[in-house]
Write a protein that binds this ligand. Structure first.
Ligand SMILES: *Cc1c(COP(=O)(O)O)cnc(C)c1O
Length: 463
């Protein structure tokens, strides 16, 4: 091939101005701002240059490539997706969906000013925790409460404020990794607290903690195994026993609960999870948990406990670096009010986890009808996800699609709207537990488009 020389091909590549001068490209300016069209042309020319350098292609910059780059550039990076995985608290998909009232609160507060740190009655500086504290106190039985950016930050703040330069006693069976590389021993080191490990991986007794208490012991720490289970020859010390020991020896007990369950969860296949109220009642002096796991609110870390221990957290310099933002306060307040008013069934995470297979049946049948073809309703088990309820397997239903499952999954993921499904053997499963009724028509259209793209062997390209 005489034209295989890349430098000769590169010389034939049109300039950005040449492409911009084409009639078809000028027409794009009618519906799009000029900077966006220029950016798209540059991207298309750049892509052609890279193809030449890879030895792949001719120096063409088709009009369609400019239009496609423009569409990619116009689409936001963060988009709504349909979750067909059945994983209710999917960390990659943003964990808990918010309740309608929480969404409304966020929209209201985001669009204007708010009394975030202003006491309207007194006309003085107020606290951003003021709307949350009474709700958290009522729902958990704790004296004081504080919200921060996420639970990882809450753990860090508790250790830094209450145990810097001192030691913390933790069971070897609870030195867990939460995910994303967040490991309890590492956080302890970062916070300046000294870790004193007691017991063995599978068994820790009260005497292990008692023997480890010294003059510099600041906290007895318990970490809830929120993302794994221990079975077999195991022994652990309950919060109540540890709290009794702590009171006898004058050492505070801190429990990182992780998932932050506010009400006992009811639903098929769920395993009991300690609630925050039970943990406080058992005698833990400080408890931390996430806002966007089982609680079903926005990303946040919540600290509840005795006033004398929560107060130093508020004043610690690190608090300013991890403080909760106004949108999270708005969403948290709205979510906590639903619990307070006995309306927790309106919290999506609670509702989705509670749905029985029988309750999911009509949605599965409706989806099967809408997508047609070879679709079948099959029995599956969902997962709570997000490092919560390890071992729970709520029975669920999925619509199974045949064909090239991997190609279909890729086409769905890069479609409009994007759909995340689960490849199960030869088939693709859409678990209806995490699909909302109002998403069904859009999902059916997305399946239709994905099937056609796979049939046409269309390339699956994301922006
Ligand atoms: C999830 C979890 C964390 C981290 O919480 P984020 O809100 O994700 O920062 C910390 N500790 C435990 C036990 C957890 O389960």
């Amino acid at each position: 091939m005489p034209d295989a020389d890349p430098s000769a091909l590169l010389r034939k590549l049109p300039s950005v101005d040449e492409v911009l001068g084409r009639e078809a490209v000028r027409a794009l300016l009618e519906g799009h701002p000029r900077p966006a069209v220029v950016r798209a042309v540059r991207a298309a020319v750049d892509a052609a240059r890279k193809r030449i350098l890879r030895g792949e292609a001719s120096p063409e910059v088709p009009d369609e490539a400019v239009a496609a780059a423009l569409a990619c550039g116009a689409a936001p990076g963060l988009v709504r997706v349909i979750n067909g995985t059945g994983v209710v608290l999917h960390t990659n998909l943003g964990r808990a969906p918010l309740a309608a009232e929480a969404c409304e609160a966020v929209a209201r507060i985001a669009a204007g000013y708010a009394n975030l740190e202003l006491d309207l009655g007194r006309g003085e500086r107020g606290s951003r925790h003021a709307p949350l504290e009474p709700l958290l106190a009522e729902l958990t039985g704790a004296e004081a409460a504080l919200a921060v950016n996420n639970n990882a930050a809450a753990v860090w703040l508790v250790l830094a404020a209450l145990a810097e330069g001192k030691s913390c006693v933790v069971s070897r069976g609870e030195l867990v990794e939460i995910g994303g590389g967040f490991r309890i021993p590492d956080v302890m080191r970062q916070s300046g607290a000294r870790l004193v490990e007691v017991g063995t991986t599978n068994r820790t007794r009260l005497s292990d903690y008692a023997d480890a208490i010294g003059s510099d012991t600041a906290l007895l720490v318990k970490v809830h195994r929120s993302n794994f289970r221990q079975v077999g020859f195991t022994e652990e010390v309950s919060t109540a026993e540890l709290a009794r020991l702590g009171r006898e020896r004058g050492v505070a007990v801190y429990e990182d609960l992780g998932s932050g369950c506010l009400v006992p969860l009811r639903g098929e296949g769920l395993v009991p999870e300690p609630t925050v109220r039970e943990t406080v009642a058992a005698g833990a002096d400080v408890v931390t948990f996430s806002g966007d796991k089982l609680l079903g609110g926005p990303q946040a870390g919540l600290v509840v406990g005795r006033k004398a221990l929560v107060e130093p957290l508020r004043k610690h310099p690190l608090h300013r670096a991890v403080r909760v933002d106004k949108l999270a306060v708005a969403a948290l307040e709205a979510t906590l009010r639903l619990y307070r008013d006995g309306r927790e069934a309106e919290v999506p995470a609670v509702r989705l986890l509670a749905a029985s297979r029988a309750q999911l049946r009509p949605r599965a049948e409706r989806l099967r009808e809408l997508v047609g073809g070879d679709a079948e309703v099959v029995e599956v088990t969902s997962q709570p996800g997000g490092g919560s309820l390890p071992g729970a397997e709520p029975p669920s239903l999925a619509v199974a699609l045949g064909g090239d499952a991997a190609a279909l999954a890729a086409a769905l993921r890069t479609g409009e709207p994007p759909v995340v499904a689960r490849v199960h053997g030869e088939r693709l499963h859409l678990d209806v537990r995490t699909i909302f009724d109002d998403e069904l028509p859009a999902l059916a259209a997305a399946v239709d488009a994905a099937r056609r793209r796979v049939a046409a062997k269309g390339r699956t390209e994301a922006c």
